[in-house]
Write a protein that binds this ligand. Sequence first.
Ligand code: HEM
Length: 561
Amino acid sequence: MHSISSQEGFLAVMAAALGCHLIFNRYEPAHPLSHLVLLVVIPGFLTPLLVSSCSTMIRAILATFLLYFSTLLMSILLYRLSPFHPLAKYPGPILCRVSKFWMAWVSSDGKQHQYYCKLHKQYGDAVRIGPNEISLRTVEAVQPLMGATGLPKGPHWDGRMAEQASIRALIGVRDPVEHMRRRKPWNRAFNSTALKGYEGILSKRAQQFVSALEQQTRPINLAQWMNHFTFDFMSDMAFGGGSEMLRDGDIDNTWHLLESGLPTALVLTHVPWLGTYYAKLPGVGQSLKKFRSYCQERASLRRSQGSQAKDLFHYLIDESGVERCPPTFAEVASDGVLAIVAGSDTTSTTLSSLFWFLLSNPSAYHRLQAEVDKYFPPGENALDTTHHQQMSYLNAVINETLRLFPPVLSGSQRGGAKGNNGKVVGPYFLPAGTSAFVHSYSLHRDPRNFSPMPDNFWPERWLSPEERSTLVSSDSKGLDKVPFIHNTAAFLPFSFGPANCVGKNLAYQEMRTVVCLMMQRLEFCFVDGFEPETWERDLKDYFVTMKGELPVVLSPRVLKG
Ligand code: HEM
């Protein structure tokens, strides 16, 4: 029988490594068993082919694995940089084109939004930010990528939610059909009738919040108080109560517990397959598990108690029995956790940034205060939502805050499954298997969408031309001489399409209500010595934004009735 020469042995190992690359490239196997077979069993099986050229078995094993892995890595590297790669025509840094580990590294300091923005300034509207991923900065991509016929949620969620192996919260459900089924009760929970029904729950918490603020005679960290308010409110909504942070403070350290996992979760979004291994490490995600089981208990309690009010849970668990295919209890419990996490952090960050902007821009502060006083003079109920939508300056301040600091700074990824035919997204073609996102932070600050002063806080841009012209001429900054561009299609703080933020209207309702009440009853100023730049510096993009401290001094407003 023909015995294999050492040269043939080397070639066979290299060919197997190339075959392995082909399989990874085509099927992207993520299961640990397939990794074991492709990366351990196959080179192990090939070891005898190199025994004749090595003096010992150990050396043969080492040589086989070294040859196998170096061939595999070289093949991956060359292919990703080659003109044959489907994304070859998209520009981007070499390190991004070679591996997502680079973005995982870059993003770990919480400044990925600024990195993407820099890349767009350097490379243009479409940048290759991973071997198979594109970041887009054009409004033409929004509808085709995220609209009804767009792509489903991207693989990002497989890494981020790796530990939710069996049941995922709605936000991480990638299959569009399943997502639609799970989204139905959420849509009903946020229609206008349902929202009207939440006013009582919101008013109670907002009153408690502002009354507590009125009692603060020493400087406070307003951002932390916002956290406590939004968390208590969302717990009321999701599970009929159970959280009393406004009264007791964060005695269980829940915010730290939720935020401590964010940097790791972001790294895993860049390298989703790593999530499968990470989730299996002993002790991993303990704090989150603790929070989840607490929520599970709250959900069970809420279910057994039945409806006190038509809160979010009422709709999610389908207490009225209108769904043909209602969600299971496990799904509802998981979505309850999502409601608290997605609903409290985002609004708290926006409200905190809003006050930071107001305190850094006294004219905006006074304009908003004047509007609040006009609609809610002393003695008027600022919780009455009937005026809120007409309050143009209030809405302008909220939108301008969301434009400059959207709480999801970099937007939400979409991704095509392997094997589809690719997708035309505005002026770009995304080949099968490409993930992409529209980078909200860059889009919002692009002078082609918002001008003048795209990087500045200027709520007046959201007003009607008549209102703006009065205010701009009184500002006399010559802004009326600069071309005015205001492209609301490029405003994406809540994302876009059938998987956008379902809680958008609740978020507006909550923010309008609490800002009106706060401005009616209190005066705010930064603590002496606070350097306002630290706020922006401390904002970190870990998919949701992590924030620093906002030290302010409060005083009751002295109003003549
Ligand atoms: C200023 C406040 C908020 C902002 C800026 C915001 C933004 C976002 C964004 C960008 C997404 C990702 C959507 C996508 O994948 O395309 C999202 C999803 C979501 N948000 Fe919000 N959000 C806010 C408040 C809320 C509130 C108050 C709730 C109430 C529960 C909420 C519930 C959700 C849910 C359930 C999803 C998942 C939707 C889905 O996958 O279908 N959000 N949000």
